[in-house]
Design a protein. Structure first.
Length: 227
C-alpha cells in the first residue's frame, strides 16, 4: 500500500486529494474563527463566542499542539507531492500539469499554473506564520505571554502593505481551490460528464466563501483603522 501511494501516479494523486481535503476543512475552520474576530471588533459576541477565548483554548494545550503538528505534516505532504506530480507530469505531457477527463476554458489557467499558485500560497503562509503564529502560539510555547488576538489583527491590517499582500494571497488561494477542490473528487472517480459541472460549482462556491471570508477580515480591520 505504501509503495502504491508513493510510487504510482494514481497513488500520489490520492495522497494529494486526501491531504488537500484535510487542508480545505482546516481553512474553513480558520475562516470561521476569523469571522468571530470581526464581530468582536464591532463589540458583538455571536453565540457568546470571543476570539481571544478561542485563541486561548487553542493555545498550547496538548490537543492544539497535536493539531498543529498534524496540520504541519499535511502541509508538507501536500507540497512535496505537488512538486513530485508537477515534474512527473511535465516529463510525461509537456506543459499539461493535470490530466482531466473534461476540459473547460475556465479552469485552464488555474490547472496549468497550480505550482505557481502553490508557491504564492506557501509564501503567504510563511508571512502569516510570521505575523500571527510566531506572536501567539510560538511565544506561548517559549513561556511568554501571547499577543491579544483581536488587537494583533487590528495592528497588522492597519498597514496597507499587509492588506495588499494578504489579498493577493487570498486571490491565489481562490484560483488554487477552484481547480483543486473538484480535481480531488475527480481523482476518486467522480469526474465524469454528469458530475463535472456539479463538482466545478461546489469548488467555485467553496473557493469564493474562503476568499470572501478571509478578505472580509482584512478589509474590515483596515477600514476600522481609518475610522
Amino acid at each position: 500500500m505504501s509503495c502504491f501511494l508513493s510510487n504510482s501516479s494514481l497513488g500520489r494523486k490520492l495522497v494529494m486529494s486526501v491531504s488537500g481535503c484535510f487542508l480545505v476543512l482546516f481553512i474553513l475552520f480558520h475562516m470561521s474563527m476569523n469571522l468571530v474576530a470581526i464581530a468582536n471588533a464591532w463589540g458583538n459576541h455571536p453565540f457568546g463566542l470571543n476570539y481571544d477565548a478561542i485563541c486561548e483554548f487553542l493555545g498550547t494545550n496538548w490537543y492544539a499542539l497535536a493539531g498543529t503538528l498534524v496540520l504541519a505534516f499535511g502541509v508538507v505532504v501536500h507540497i512535496v507531492y505537488a512538486f513530485i506530480l508537477t515534474f512527473q507530469n511535465r516529463r510525461a505531457r509537456g506543459n499539461v500539469r493535470y490530466e482531466v477527463t473534461v476540459t473547460e476554458k475556465g479552469v485552464d489557467w488555474a490547472s496549468k499554473n497550480m505550482l505557481v499558485l502553490g508557491i504564492v500560497i506557501v509564501l503567504g503562509l510563511a508571512l502569516h506564520l510570521f505575523n500571527f503564529w510566531s506572536k501567539m502560539q510560538l511565544v506561548e510555547l517559549l513561556g511568554h505571554e501571547p499577543e491579544n488576538g483581536v488587537e494583533l489583527i487590528r495592528e497588522t491590517f492597519s498597514n496597507w502593505i499587509y492588506v495588499v499582500l494578504y489579498l493577493v494571497w487570498f486571490a491565489a488561494l481562490w484560483f488554487h481551490l477552484t481547480h483543486g477542490v473538484w480535481s480531488m473528487f475527480q481523482t476518486v472517480g467522480w469526474g465524469n460528464d454528469i458530475w463535472y459541472p456539479r463538482l466545478k460549482c461546489i469548488a467555485n462556491i467553496v473557493a469564493t466563501l474562503v476568499f470572501l471570508g478571509f478578505a472580509a477580515v482584512v478589509v474590515t480591520f483596515f477600514v476600522l483603522s481609518l475610522v
